[in-house]
Design a protein around this ligand. Structure first.
Ligand code: NAD
Ligand code: GLY
Length: 347
């Protein structure tokens, strides 16, 4: 088993091992001593992976009730959050009990926020089952729900007590979801780790599973380092947004319907690299992106994307922070005015 200790204000371990879901009861018992848990999951993950978790919890003397909500981003809502609070009250969950998020980033974000706020805060464990959640959302303590005004606008920082990544769970993911997570993996290679990028170049979507544990380990370790330096997202953590400002704009242009987050990030990374870096680097990135089933360009005109960039919640009123990697593994954060950014992108 690979173990990464994340030394944030509340330190915790990320455990990475194939088949660890089956052992999760035992692994959790070593960290949390309560014998009562609520597992929160979505309908798809519930039918695929929840029984294995509940069996392992019961074997280790932990009684678990399961709260299931419909899969998809629309469930990261005040309505579902209210239903979770009601369920926790009904099950008489106290401050010494805990929650387990079993699922992708949607499950992790809403469960984390419920754990941060129910009874002013109880423990929670992340068991991420999408690649995106294993390499990104389950680590670092950002939790949130969406409101009418926008995605992730209500949330808190709440670090989990433990994260368990079982790459066997990724084998049931549809390819589109695997590709979505690969966009974030490619991002880590670009911002911090040329060796990881080279590993990605030697594989593709059909065989990356062969090295998944070590890929997840490398990405989580990069995230650990960034988050330890900037837990509350006031500086360096921004580099995790490489490709994201344009990516969010492209998702918005598509009304968040037929375009995944990973597709947006992939195109965002490719556009910024094409505009600001060498043709060789741009071609290398595009080749890698394509080999994981992701697009490298968009039909959306830049003039229509730019207004979305300036309303991104990471921007203040008249400036944009963008991330550029002029060499693989080396990211720089640059702050420019909105009009300077427009000139760079339209030039
Ligand atoms: P998701 O949770 O919606 O999962 C994607 C789909 O995969 C869902 O339909 C889900 O049911 C299904 N699924 C999950 N695990 C599966 C498995 N093992 N087998 C088969 N199907 C499975 O989406 P996501 O991409 O995991 O996460 C996106 C969310 O994460 C967004 O809400 C985003 O805002 C959030 N996010 C948060 C952070 C953070 O730091 N907190 C970082 C990045 C993204
Ligand atoms: N996913 C970006 C962050 O955790 O800051």
């Amino acid at each position: 088993m690979k173990i990464i200790n994340v030394r944030t204000s509340r330190p915790y371990n990320v455990l990475i091992e194939r088949g660890s879901l089956k052992k999760s009861g035992e692994l959790i018992s070593q960290v949390i001593h309560s014998k009562k848990a609520v597992v929160i999951t979505d309908d798809k993950v519930n039918s695929l992976h929840a029984d294995i978790l509940v069996e392992s919890l019961e074997k280790n003397g932990i009684s678990a009730s399961v709260f299931v909500f419909p899969h998809g981003e629309q469930s990261k809502s005040l309505t579902v959050l209210g239903q979770i609070y009601d369920f926790l009250c009904e099950k008489r969950i106290t401050r010494s009990d805990f929650l387990i998020a079993l699922g992708g980033g949607v499950v992790g974000d809403i469960t984390g926020f419920a754990a941060a706020t129910y009874l002013r805060g109880i423990e929670f464990v992340q068991i991420p089952t999408t690649l995106l959640a294993q390499v990104d959302s389950s680590v670092g303590g950002k939790t949130a729900i969406d409101i009418a005004g926008g995605k992730n606008l209500v949330g808190s920082f709440k670090q989990p007590a433990l994260v368990i990544c079982d790459s066997d769970t990724l084998r049931t993911l549809p390819q589109e979801e695997l590709s979505c997570g690969m966009a974030e993996v490619i991002k880590y290679g670009m911002i911090r780790d040329e060796k990881l990028f080279e590993t990605l170049e030697k594989h593709d979507i059909s065989n990356i599973d062969d090295v998944m544990d070590s890929v997840v380990y490398t990405c989580v370790d990069i995230k650990r380092e960034v988050v330890e330096h900037d837990e509350f997202d006031t500086g360096e953590r921004m580099m995790l947004n490489f490709g994201h400002t344009l990516g969010h704009a492209i998702e918005g242009w598509h009304n968040y319907t037929d375009y995944t987050h990973g597709m947006g990030v992939a195109v965002g990374m490719c556009i910024i690299t094409e505009k600001l870096c060498s043709p060789e680097l741009s071609e290398r990135l595009k080749k890698c992106v394509k080999s994981y089933g992701l697009p490298t360009s968009t039909e959306a005109p830049m003039s229509e994307l730019l207004p979305y960039c300036s309303t991104d919640k990471k921007c203040d009123s008249d400036s944009i922070n963008y991330i550029v990697c002029e060499k693989i593994g080396q990211a720089q954060i640059k702050k420019v005015t909105v009009s300077e950014f427009s000139v760079l992108m339209e030039g």
